[in-house]
Design a protein around this ligand. Structure first.
Ligand code: ADP
Ligand code: MG
Length: 377
């Protein structure tokens, strides 16, 4: 019998590149879906297919081969991590389908890992807590796909709750659901706008930025051994180390230290229902990603600069790892539709490309959506 499991995509409201140095992030799950359909086979083989690709990957249950460098590694990596835990699922065929835009910064990769993982857990009757499961999916991407991502994407896609953003402390791996509407950012909408410039976490800029940041963090920790990581540091401590690190490492670290503070301030703004303050923090965050972190691009900067001139827009910023992908915008509800139209019009005129835009509700993560329990039993 075939069974289907789904995982959403995510947009990050605030807290970029803070999730691998013990910092804070504030993403939410959005209504795009990856569906993983799993069915038994009776031939001691596993097979992986996707509606988005023509290739099918098939191998024996006993096979432990490395990644192939294609789309199937995201799912097979999850199987490998389960096998490392001693779970050897019976033979299955796994088929992926869905509508998450690929390589757009909305984390189709984590959506695939989580959907595949939830399917494999249910199929093999293995129980993991949400936290163990999100970490397993991250390890799949780090060690099988060789993509140096942090924990944010897998965590929010697993643990999100409808109508809430998710504040994650990426060191402690604790989280809080922050309401978006009741008292929160009441009367606003979150709008995702796709520049259609593809980014890739597996290659290029993301890894460079991560290395530059880690060089700076190492200098800081040597000077202040009481700090556990960059997530603990304040601006003064960082500034006192400026001369001892490469200039680009200082700037990358400054982005992260100020970004963690912006997430703290954003949560206060949300709890106070202050959309204006929240939007101002988004604009500051964008300036920091584009300036100190040097990971925006012309198209994204244009989308942000245009968005903030439009009626009803509280704030806009790049979202996701950078170097293309999407912007996230906070817009007054009654101005949302017109905002999308005008932003698309201006982008089309400037770059001759239609920037697909989505007015997003916050949806449940995969554990809630598939009726899995939060804690391992
Ligand atoms: P993002 O996560 O921002 O969408 P990534 O480059 O991290 O971008 O991940 C995109 C990759 O994930 C795709 O190139 C593909 O290999 C894989 N992927 C995403 N969705 C699917 C899918 N439905 N089927 C198969 N592979 C997918
Ligand atoms: Mg990804």
């Amino acid at each position: 019998m075939q069974r289907s499991f789904s995982a959403p995509a995510r947009v990050n409201l605030l807290g970029e590149h803070t999730d691998y140095t013990g910092g804070l992030v504030l993403p939410m799950a959005i209504p795009f879906k990856t569906v993983a359909a799993i069915s038994p086979r009776d031939d001691e083989q596993y097979s992986f297919a996707s509606a988005s690709y023509t290739s099918v990957r098939e191998f024996a249950r006993s096979d432990r081969s490395e990644g192939r460098g294609d789309w199937s590694d995201y799912s097979v990596g999850v199987l490998r991590e389960l096998q490392k835990l001693g779970t050897e699922p019976r033979s299955f065929a796994l088929m992926l389908d869905g509508n998450v835009p690929l390589g757009a910064g909305l984390s189709s990769s984590a959506s695939v890992e989580v959907a595949s993982g939830v399917a494999m857990l249910a199929y093999s009757d293995r129980k993991l807590s949400m936290k163990e499961f999100a970490l397993l999916c991250q390890r799949a991407e780090n060690s099988y796909v060789h993509s140096p991502c942090g924990i944010m994407d897998q965590f929010v896609i697993t643990a999100a709750k409808k109508d809430h953003a998710l504040l994650i402390d990426t060191r402690a791996l604790t989280y809080q659901h922050i309401p978006l509407q009741e008292g929160g950012l009441h009367g606003t909408r979150v709008i995702v706008c796709n520049s259609m410039v593809k980014h890739s976490v597996a290659t290029g800029g993301y890894g460079d930025r991560r290395r530059e940041l880690e060089v700076g963090q190492a200098v800081l920790l040597q000077r202040y051994p009481q700090l556990r990581d960059l997530g603990d540091a304040n601006l003064q401590q960082l500034q006192s180390c400026e001369a001892d690190m490469p200039p680009e490492s200082f700037l990358r670290c400054r982005h992260v230290v100020t970004e963690n503070q912006r997430v703290r301030d954003a949560v206060i703004a949300m709890r106070a229902g202050d959309a204006k303050a929240f939007g101002a923090l988004m604009v500051q965050a964008h300036a920091s990603m584009s300036g100190d972190f040097a990971s925006s691009c012309e198209e994204i900067d244009f989308l942000v600069e245009t968005a903030v001139t439009l009626p009803g827009c509280f704030g806009a910023r790049i979202t996701g790892g950078g170097f293309g992908g999407c912007t996230v915008n906070l817009v007054r509800e009654d101005a949302a539709q017109q905002f999308v139209e005008r932003l698309q019009e201006q982008y089309l005129e400037r770059f001759h490309v239609k920037a697909e835009s989505y007015i997003c509700d916050a949806v449940d993560g995969a554990f809630r959506a598939n009726g899995l329990s939060e804690e391992a039993e």
